[in-house]
Design a protein around this ligand. Structure first.
Ligand code: ZN
Length: 159
């Protein structure tokens, strides 16, 4: 009876392994006009995300750095999903992704990112998937209630 779920889990692991081994959009981005640096000291992940935003649209996005398979795979997947979207859409995308990673609740519409639903069972790895920035947010954001914590994605896509 658990066959289907085993298959799905294998599929999801395959997505993460695949992106971890062969990250998409990896490298320097010429002419980037947004950037953010993510650092997870617990694991040693250090990733930089750069975006080229033109007329409110993410025209190109790349990341570089080094990290574990989960951090590289999540950055790789986010780059594939972020391209062509507006900055606001990228922030919404990250919000959904953060929800998946922290609660394990999958949302069909964001496809491959649901592969990270299993991460929620490993709290130590959540920071790998969500790539927190090194700089701290202004305290104002703390008072805005249940917001997703900032990540390199929300910071990089901010105008
Ligand atoms: Zn990691």
């Amino acid at each position: 009876m658990t066959g289907l779920f085993d298959d799905l889990r294998d599929l999801y692991q395959e997505v993460i392994l695949d992106h971890g081994r062969k990250p998409r959009n990896f490298g320097a981005l010429e002419g980037a006009n947004r950037e953010a640096h993510g650092h997870n000291p617990l694991c040693g992940d250090k990733l930089d995300v750069r975006l080229l935003v033109k007329d409110g649209i993410v025209e190109d996005v790349k990341f570089e750095g080094a990290g574990c398979a989960i951090s590289v795979a999540s950055a790789s997947l986010m780059t594939t999903q972020a391209k062509g979207k507006t900055a606001a859409e990228v922030q919404a995308l990250y919000k959904n992704f953060h929800e998946i990673v922290t609660t394990g609740k999958e949302q069909e519409e964001i496809s491959d990112l649901a592969a990270f639903a299993g991460v929620h069972a490993f709290p130590a790895r959540i920071k790998c998937a969500t790539a927190k920035p090194t700089r701290t947010e202004p305290p104002a954001s703390e008072s805005q209630g249940r917001r997703s914590p900032p990540s390199v994605w929300t910071l990089a896509s901010r105008p």
